[in-house]
Design a protein around this ligand. Sequence first.
Ligand code: ADP
Ligand code: ADP
Length: 235
Amino acid sequence: DNLLEVKNLNKEYGRGTSKVKALQDISLTVPKGQFVSIMGPSGSGKTTFLQLVGGLDSPSSGEIIFNGVNLQYLNKEPEISVFRRKHIGFVFQFFNLIPSLTAQDNIALPLVIEGTSKTYINERVKFMLEIVGLKNQVLKYPHQMSGGQQQRVAIARALVRKPFILLADEPTGNLDTKTTLEIMELLKTTQKELEQTIILVTHNPIVSSYADRVIYFKDGRIIEDELLSNNKSKR
Ligand code: ADP
Ligand code: ADP
């Protein structure tokens, strides 16, 4: 049962002599609940791939299909933004929290914007705080929290609307080793407990080892697609 289907995806930036082929004929499927890591050298197209799958940019050609919904048919505003806010969760290297909001208000924000009922928001935010282990940081502001705690808030915020997929671009790139492992344990927990499908981009092989599958990009192409049978990733 595929959550995501990507068919013959191409992305070019620029034109004429300055044309860059960032992605070349990428095809893959991701079953629901899978945790995928994407690795590859700088400039190999990883971020571009994540941006296209997340509907932040549109492909030059090819198709991206979530649960049977082709993003191509949403490729105008406001449909694509509505789809993105509802079904895609993003996490980045720098946590991108709102400095003037507490942990719980940062997490609640996507639901508040959506106009969800207060009762549901309170219930859902409490649940997310528990999942990410921040029950005691509810009223802290971002500057009062460590990097790891801020990333926990960002993960909770990304998941509060139960997205189809969580897209994470170097989510541990700004964290020390110990905190990196804690955040990876947390992502693993969300995969298991929420059946969360995840695609993560990383340069770090230790981070990658938490995934079920590692896809290697080079020069905009997939050069290897490996299932990890070991370890941490077993359910
Ligand atoms: P990675 O995430 O693997 O480092 P990127 O997806 O950022 O790779 O970039 C892939 C290629 O596309 C690189 O050659 C990069 O310079 C180019 N590129 C990425 N974004 C743009 C853009 N907005 N405009 C022009 N070129 C871009
Ligand atoms: P990464 O950490 O994945 O290597 P980059 O530094 O390549 O990220 O890219 C960061 C952002 O800048 C991305 O949104 C990407 O699309 C954009 N970008 C990358 N290369 C270029 C470029 N040559 N021209 C314009 N934008 C670019």
